[in-house]
Design a protein around this ligand. Structure first.
Ligand code: 5GP
Length: 191
């Protein structure tokens, strides 16, 4: 059986990449989303095992040492995130496609170890729009807001090294475009 395809979706928080991934998963039964581990606290409405596995720093370091993470990154200084290796590898072996919703540092790490992966970056229509979207979430203090915007600028610069970039101005259009990219990649792989 053919192996599944590994898609990486990145983009500054507030670009709507989470919503895009959700939509893709709803319509594609052979697609799986990797649930990352993180050392940050859950936001309101987030559920253990759905958005993330929320773990202690100690457990995170243990996983890292055991080689249990496919990639890992510290995103806003102290907060650490990582992709559990085994579920991703199992799904790919079963012929299922997998999405990793991770940051640029993580994406480049995965590309080094797994060059067949496909990198897709979701861009906001503008920095001003991004600021509005992040503020609309209401979960940011001045300090984390500044950190998120600074991080966003850095990520957007690095996104030039991605395979595909999609602007999320209109959600329906962005979902359709990512879906088209994924279908094209699948067809190319199957030839
Ligand atoms: P948030 O705290 O808003 O959920 O996520 C912050 C950032 O961490 C996002 O850019 C997200 O893509 C990234 N992220 C989430 N999980 C992982 C992961 O497992 N690995 C890496 N490298 N980045 C992650």
């Amino acid at each position: 059986m053919d192996k599944g395809k590994l898609f990486i979706i990145s983009g500054p928080s507030g670009t709507g990449k989470g919503t895009i991934c959700k939509r893709l998963l709803e319509t594609d039964p052979d697609l799986r989303l990797s649930v990352s581990v993180t050392t940050r606290a859950p936001r309101e409405g987030e559920q253990e095992g759905r958005e993330y596995f929320f773990i202690s720093e100690e457990r995170y370091l243990q996983l890292l040492e055991e080689g249990g993470l496919l990639e890992h990154a510290s995103v806003y200084g102290k907060t650490m995130y990582g992709t559990p290796r085994q579920p991703v590898m199992d799904w790919l072996d079963q012929g299922l496609d997998v999405i990793l919703e991770i940051d640029v540092q993580g994406a480049f790490q995965v590309r080094e170890n797994y060059p067949e992966c496909i990198l897709i970056f979701i861009l906001p229509p503008s920095m001003e729009e991004l600021r509005k979207r992040i503020m609309g979430r209401g979960s940011e203090t001045e300090e984390t807001m500044a950190a998120r915007l600074g991080e966003a600028e850095r990520e957007i610069q690095l996104s030039e090294r991605y395979d595909h970039r999609v602007v999320n101005g209109d959600l329906e259009q962005a979902v359709a475009e990512v879906r088209r990219i994924m279908n094209d990649e699948r067809t190319e792989g199957g030839l």
